[in-house]
Ligand binder design. Structure first.
Ligand SMILES: [Zn+2]
Length: 834
């Protein structure tokens, strides 16, 4: 018994010791880094263990949780002196940027530089999270004197895993698929990841497209912290295809115009320091190719537009597992991948520390210039709307990014009207929101709001236009004068309605659709008006929701009042079914809305991000149920259990099978609705529902001349592809706003065009959204694509039997930040065909 007690005490003692002694990752994990993939919880545990063992140098903070409940953490690593005054350093840094409200002068001398290292934003690019543990240990290891020198003037912030859900999805899948010995054969199953892949978060969102929009929980929580710190240097760690060699800064063109000379120069210096170590080891790498600095929602551009040197580092490695044979006959191992990321991490800290004084001084200069709106053409942006909720959506975005905004008392000024494309006198609607360029975030404001993006080079990695007035569908003016901006006025308060007969709810913004979803979920009976009408001398538009007492649930009034408060819409009381103008509430022009049962296809043939947008929209925005179906198993599903089937963007082979095609035909014939998105619409167009893709018109004007355009130079082949490309540009679509698909819209809509596909005008259906002639607005469109994008349909409704096929050829939920498309999508779900 005594012996047992002794062993027990010894065991406890070892446990306590191990909690207090600093351990290397290998000592802690029990295996050498690179020999296995580490699940996220062990990475978090290691960081916590190091913080416990070395509280004089490391602080770990949990800043949030993922959708699947995993911890999101940051580690702050600094000298013992600096770790004690960490918050003072942070506040001083914000004072350098002019962001704190206290107006205290910042300290400049002896202020440490701040480096933020973000690992593993794409879950199936996991080598950087392994490197993060090694970097942490190198910084605190007492035997490493070099890192202690760096920490004298540098504070390091490590996010070891931005996307834990994706990381674990990949790691669990890999561990499930691989045997005891890693198989380097490239076609082995362990190199062919399963749908929906670990790249994205829970809702299949690419978190490296979400920095500015913050539509996802992980981004929302992280960006709060990021904006509380605003580091001077930020690195976003990635992996690319495993045959590619290492990439680091300087970035490729195009660079956005707001990027300063210092930001260009110092990323080159950082790149040179990385190169020094790669050269010494004989490792290959490239710079200035592929990864440009334009789209504002990346882990390199966002920090750049917020005063930092923001960079992407890419190791070859996606799908490589623990080992894979590459095209040059070598075997790439996880150990090598980790070593490269570890090396650039330390090299970046070294060069920053060597230049810390200059880095801090330039950071201050960036914000001094920005607050004075130096070099910014437009000084004020004024947005105006008759619907407060539309402005509130913009206000939410600005708030997330710590951008100051308010309202301007000025009424008499001229500005560039985004909707007409002309310099015009300002005309106010009921509500207004103004953003001044004279603020710490002024350059970022320009990036988000500028009417036309300027491209120094048109070969870009992503969309080239996103201006908020277009993506949010809000009337706005870009003004060259500095206008006063007062604090933002608080929202109208919503008053309860006491009604004996019914209630009316205007249908003008996404909030109205959310409200409708809420009422349907609570079994409230809702109708909508097909025609505009006048009641008690007030005019109501198409789509106005009508909730009547007759035959409704008992607490219909309470539920509706609650919903109106929640979604910030003022309802009106109705005492009678008789209206002054338009259709009475018992008319056939008043449509009953049946709560739709909605299903969506998922699986291998579906673009995971497209399905993810829909899923996220139902789950997190509409809070309305959706059933995800496996496309492979669709033949076994009783489709008649559903009212709506959503076919996301994808490449469908399964739907080409005759029995499946027959099934879809009978589903629609019997009253079902198909909502077909992007290439999903192209697939349905092959099925004789009565619409088809438009043939690309050839440019006939050049036919007479000899065609030398086929004589291309090999060395310019990438550039030669540009005339055919459209990475993402804005077009103005003409809308038939008398159709339920377009209720709540004016007679136009700004779409993000990412391909050259158009549909022929429907002969027997409703052409709700069409491009006629010169509807181009902003962004890069190749010279050969431009003439093709005219006279065609993008949004339409084709009736078939008792049901409908709804074509949405462009992505109206693009990355969930294309705010203005969400109502259109909701209309397709709730209103069309009812
Ligand atoms: Zn990546």
């Amino acid at each position: 018994m005594k012996k047992f007690l002794l062993v027990f005490l010894l065991l406890i003692n070892t446990l306590i010791l191990s909690a207090q002694t600093l351990q290397s990752p290998e000592q802690f994990l029990g295996y050498k880094i690179g020999t296995r993939f580490t699940p996220d919880y062990k990475i978090v545990n290691y960081f916590n263990a190091v913080a416990q063992a070395k509280p004089s140098m490391v602080k770990v903070e949990k800043y949030g949780e993922t959708y699947e409940g995993r911890d999101l953490i940051l580690a702050y690593i600094a000298s013992p002196e600096n770790i004690q005054r960490l918050d003072a350093i942070r506040l001083n840094n914000l004072r350098l940027a002019g962001i704190t409200k206290d107006k205290m002068a910042p300290v400049i001398d002896g202020v440490p530089a701040i480096v933020w290292l973000s690992y593993n934003v794409h879950g199936n690019e996991p080598s950087s999270s392994e490197a993060a543990m090694m970097v942490l240990y190198a910084l605190v290891d007492p035997n490493n004197t070099q890192t202690k020198d760096w920490l004298k003037n540098t504070v390091v912030i490590i996010d070891p895993c931005i996307n834990p859900d994706g990381h674990d999805r990949y790691v669990n899948w890999y561990n499930t698929s691989a045997g005891a010995i890693a198989n380097a054969y490239p076609d082995a199953r362990e190199h062919d990841e399963a749908w929906p892949y670990g790249r994205t978060n829970h809702y299949n969102f690419d978190l490296n497209r979400d920095w500015a929009w913050q539509t996802q929980k992980e981004s929302q929580e992280r960006m709060k912290k990021y904006n509380e710190w605003l580091p001077q240097i930020h690195v976003d760690y990635h992996e690319q295809g495993y045959n590619d060699l290492y990439y680091f800064a300087p970035a490729a063109e195009p660079y956005h115009q707001v990027i300063t000379q210092w930001q260009r120069d110092f990323q080159t210096q950082i790149g040179k320091n990385n190169a020094k170590y790669f050269d010494a080891n004989g490792w290959l790498y490239f710079t200035r190719e592929i990864y440009d600095l334009l789209y504002p929602s990346y882990g390199d551009t966002y920090p750049t537009y917020n005063g930092a040197i923001g960079m992407t580092y890419e190791q070859g490695g996606i799908g490589a597992g623990l080992a894979v044979k590459t095209k040059d006959g070598d075997t790439l191992t996880l150990t090598q991948r980790v070593t490269h990321h570890y090396t650039t991490s330390l090299a970046t800290l070294e060069i920053t520390s060597n230049n810390a004084t200059k880095v801090v001084a330039e950071f201050k200069k960036y914000f001094d210039d920005t607050r004075n709106a130096t070099g910014l053409e437009y000084k004020t942006y004024v947005l105006t709307s008759n619907d407060e909720n539309k402005l509130q959506a913009v206000a939410d975005l600005l708030q997330k990014n710590n951008i100051e905004f308010g309202t301007t008392p000025a009424t008499n000024f001229k500005g560039y009207n985004y909707f007409t494309g002309k310099e015009e006198n300002y005309q106010s609607e009921k509500y207004q929101l103004a953003v001044s360029a004279y603020q710490p975030k002024g350059r970022f404001v320009k990036v988000l709001f500028e009417p036309k993006s300027f491209l120094s080079d048109s070969a870009t990695y992503d969309i080239t236009a996103w201006a908020i007035p277009y993506s949010y569908g809000v009337k706005a003016y870009a003004v060259k004068d500095k206008l006063d901006v007062d604090p933002y006025k608080s929202a109208d308060t919503i008053k309860n309605v006491e009604a004996n007969y019914g209630m009316l709810i205007p249908y003008a913004s996404l909030n109205a659709a959310k409200l409708l979803g809420y009422l349907l979920q609570h079994h409230v009976k809702v109708r909508y008006s097909e025609k505009p009408f006048t009641y008690k001398e007030k005019n109501y538009g198409r789509g106005t929701l009508i909730i009547l007492k007759g035959n409704n649930v008992n607490d219909w009034q309470q539920i509706t009042n609650d919903a109106c408060k929640q979604f910030n819409i003022q309802a009106d009381e109705v005492e009678s079914g008789l209206v002054e103008k338009g259709a009475d509430f018992g008319s056939e022009y008043i449509h009953f809305v049946k709560a739709p049962k909605v299903a969506m296809l998922t699986g291998d043939e579906v673009v995971a991000e497209s399905a993810g947008e829909v899923w996220n929209f139902f789950d997190q925005t509409l809070h309305y149920p959706i059933t995800q179906l496996n496309t492979d198993e669709i033949g076994d599903v009783k489709l008649n259990d559903f009212d709506v089937l959503i076919i996301p963007n994808g490449t469908y082979a399964k739907l080409d099978e005759k029995p499946i095609e027959d099934m879809l035909h009978s589903f629609v014939k019997n009253g079902g609705r198909i909502i077909a998105l992007e290439n999903g619409a192209e697939e349905i167009a092959t099925m004789d529902f009565g619409f088809k893709l438009k043939e690309k018109g050839n440019d006939t004007t050049t036919k007479a001349k000899p065609d030398y355009s086929s004589l291309k130079k090999y060395g310019e082949r990438q550039r030669d592809a540009l005339p055919n490309s459209i990475p993402g540009a804005i077009y103005k679509i003409e809308l038939d706003s008398s159709h339920p698909l377009a209720y709540g819209y004016p007679d136009f809509y700004y779409t993000l065009k990412q391909d050259n596909k158009l549909y022929e005008f429907l002969k027997g259906g409703w052409n709700v959204g069409v491009i006629k002639q010169s509807n181009y607005v902003s962004g890069f469109v190749g010279s050969k694509v431009k003439p093709q994008l005219k006279d065609g349909l993008l949004f339409g409704v084709q009736q078939y039997g008792k049901g409908n096929v709804i074509i949405l050829a462009d992505d109206v939920l693009f990355r969930m930040f294309w705010e203005n498309g969400k109502l259109l999508f909701s209309n397709a779900v709730f209103l069309v065909g009812q």
